[in-house]
Ligand binder design. Sequence first.
Ligand code: SF4
Length: 223
Amino acid sequence: MAVTADEATLREQASNEAHVRTALQAARLPLAIQRAREKASNLKPDSAADLLVRASQRAPTVVQRVLWLHKAAIAWSKPIAAVAACRKGCAHCCHIPVTISSREAKLISAATHRKLQEPARSVRLRDFEEADSTAAASTTLQHWGTSTACPFLVDDACGIYASRPLSCRVLFNLDDDDLLCQHGAHEPAVVPYADSRMIRALALAAQPSEQFADIRDFFPPAS
Ligand code: SF4
């Protein structure tokens, strides 16, 4: 298909803007990492998070474990949210890969009355047990890239805030603004996120038989 002169100009402008953004981000990254380290070292954890994690570990069913962990994630994130760059109306992270469990997908489906689909690509806990298979599992979960919005994003706000998955509850940029979250259509951002590995690992361990897939695999966006 032929490209018009206007389209060519727009593409050139976009390319220039991307170069400027990339240069600004490269210059910012060391400072952002330093800021994130300082903020992380000054955090005072919310003691309710531990209690809620323990409640999750005592819960008899998977769904109860997940719901307790969702509450734990909110308590865990409270002091982090207070110093993070994340603000209402900022939705960069709703365009990056968002891994959820099949249990969380069922909770979202029940809350929204939206039918969920069998994901075309998914992994299970056992796929994370060896280095090689962890890499393959991560590739599977990243396949949507950064150009497709979450199907529940409405006017740059989460349309399922009360039912949002754990991945969204624990993702916080510890820089002072969203510069590093800005990403191109096919390039991931390098962001000093708060370290959520522990609570994510607990969520994996709490659901050993569940499938994990991108939210867009359970709820494909309208094409
Ligand atoms: S579930 Fe909500 S917060 Fe999470 S990616 Fe989708 S719109 Fe964003």
